[in-house]
Design a protein around this ligand. Structure first.
Ligand SMILES: *[C@@H]1O[C@H](CO)[C@@H](O)[C@H](O)[C@H]1NC(C)=O
Ligand SMILES: *[C@@H]1O[C@H](CO)[C@@H](O)[C@H](O)[C@H]1NC(C)=O
Length: 284
């Protein structure tokens, strides 16, 4: 029950608004290029009016998301709204996790990656912005987050605090339940497929423990016609947790012990109640 209210909060912060990511991305790219100025829109461009409307809409959506976060943090006494006289039900980190940010000083952009919410795309964008050629990224067998980290290394704490404060801060979210399902499918559902994405590691670290704790022999495993399985992918070994068991694990685990970036709630990982994000985009 309690856990679900926490997830509801996450849902609130995550499900901030409905807007196509395309519009948001155009808006972001324009902002990053610095040409989102009214003068830059040339009258002879037939689509300039439409583009302006799209940008205005994206801007409104963004402002609405920022206010929703602000109001939610305030209402729940989280982060900078912490109130010593008010015992908050929610655990909240005392300080931002500066080391999780990718801080691009050249482009004045600080990105907090929410895994399973467009992080691969944004690591890719950051690599391109920092001069890694597309072909090199396409050919590389390395993890894109590691490549991005190599061009944007972690900063010393004092420097990170200062730079982050001044820079444009980006958070990309996704509906929290969709994100959980995506994490399950990608990391836990099949320990045989996707080994390059660490599925075996995830099985050993979480899957096997989830099964040991939450397998209930009275509950029939899903039938093969109840499972979505892409063609050309080997079937799972049969030892993996089911979706139900994964959800059981989430409900019965203390949020502060979620431990994994792929399903840790946004408010614990990117601490939007401590950091004022300038852009909150939504992956749809
Ligand atoms: C990428 O790999 C392809 C096929 O293996 C090769 O033809 C191409 O030259 C490589 N490009 C770079 C930049 O290494
Ligand atoms: C970086 O972005 C922030 C937030 O949008 C802005 O206030 C600041 O002026 C920018 N700094 C530079 C050097 O452009």
């Amino acid at each position: 029950m309690k856990k679900w209210s926490v997830i509801r909060l996450t849902s609130l912060i995550g499900g901030l608004a409905a807007i196509t990511s395309i519009v948001t991305i155009i808006f972001l790219i324009k902002k990053i290029e610095g040409d989102y100025t009214r003068d830059a829109v040339k009258p002879h461009q037939t689509d300039s009016h439409e583009l302006r409307l799209l940008l205005d809409e994206a801007n409104r959506d963004n402002n609405r998301r920022i206010s929703t976060v602000e109001e939610t943090c305030k209402r729940r006494h989280l982060g900078r709204y912490q109130d010593r006289n008010f015992e908050s039900f929610y655990k909240h980190p005392p300080a931002p996790q500066y080391t999780v940010f990718f801080i691009d000083m050249v482009h004045n952009l600080s990105y907090c990656p929410v895994y399973k919410a467009g992080s691969t795309t944004w690591f890719y964008n950051l690599c391109l912005l920092n001069g890694i050629p597309e072909e090199a990224l396409a050919n590389s067998s390395g993890q894109i987050s590691i490549i991005a980290r190599s061009v944007l290394p972690e900063m010393e704490l004092s420097e990170a605090v200062e730079v982050l404060e001044k820079s444009r801060k980006l958070l990309v979210v996704r509906h929290p339940f969709e994100r959980l399902l995506s994490a399950y499918r990608d990391k836990l559902e099949n320990s045989v497929a996707g080994r390059e994405h660490g599925t075996l590691h995830f099985y050993k670290k979480y899957g096997s423990k989830i099964v040991a704790k939450f397998r209930d022999e009275r509950i029939a495993p899903p039938r093969s016609d109840q499972v979505i399985r892409p063609k050309d992918i080997p079937p799972p070994a049969g030892i993996e947790p089911t979706w139900r068991e994964f959800v059981q694990y989430l409900i019965h685990t203390d949020l502060a012990s979620y431990g994994d970036d792929h399903w840790m709630p946004y408010y614990l990982f990117c601490t939007p109640c401590l950091i004022r994000f300038n852009i909150i985009a939504k992956r749809t």
